[in-house]
Design a protein around this ligand. Sequence first.
Ligand code: MN
Length: 252
Amino acid sequence: MSDPAPIVAALQYVDTHCHVDLFPDPHAVMREAQAAGVGIVAVTNTPSVFEPMVRLAERFSNVFVAVGLHPELANERESELRLVPGLWAKTRFVGEVGLDGSSRDPALMASQRRVLASFIQCAEQGSRIMTVHSRRAAREVLDALNHVNATVILHWFSGSSSQASEAAKRGWFFSVNSAMLGNDRGRALVASLPRHQVLTETDGPFIQTDGRPARPVDVRHVVDGLAGTWQVEHEEARETVMLNFRRALGAS
Ligand code: MN
């Protein structure tokens, strides 16, 4: 595992949550980001795709591959948890992990909880930067990760403002995307977050920008949105986000 810090110092932007492996042409996506100085935390949805993604990203120093097991795949892929302890030493990043309360099936929720607990336990091997899904499960994610040995980034957070401030008080980060900035509730939430805990993401290819899947370079538009929210110039918002990302790296 190489130290990302020197590379990060040279980046202009960061997409802390992107599913690079799910684009039809991942190399094109990574190349475009590299040319624009955009760093990518390439989250993965199951442990078995971590190593293939590392190979895909081999020539891209701007891409940091994360090991994860998406809550919506928890039940189907729970057996892959056995791979996770062996992958821990190969990356500083974990994701996509978390809980998704959209499911009403108790067996599926139980599987999600076991998977998340397993990642929390792995973190005892060494602290990681963890990009966390909490849709309709903000309360439970806050409780589950209360004492986790990790730097938590709440990805696409949609909980209440009191839950957001609770997470902020713990020093957790929030990765903001264009969908959050596209509605009043999301914008109000983003405006309420401490600026020094805000990061940027695309969640590509799952979020659309201009009618096509968002790519990492589109975090520039998210920075525009933050600049508008904070009433600062683009450059100041960009620098704030990069400083935050460097702090997140340093803390873990
Ligand atoms: Mn995602």
